[in-house]
Design a binder for this molecule. Sequence first.
Ligand SMILES: [Zn+2]
Length: 68
Amino acid sequence: MSAGLHGCHACGELITDPDDAVYVGHEPGNSGPGWDIWAHRAHVDQVGPDPAAERILLRVLLARARAS
Ligand SMILES: [Zn+2]
């Protein structure tokens, strides 16, 4: 079995060239292990930061705002 193809998170197209696939981050699922996020090398900038890291940062900022 091959590693499989990934879909680009930015443009929604299939990434047919494994060398062109860039791992962007992991999206945790509400009722499962979640899924990995991939993007074309040229589209990485459009995907933005790791959504998990972004969520953690948001929690920290919210907690800080409530504390003050
Ligand atoms: Zn793409």
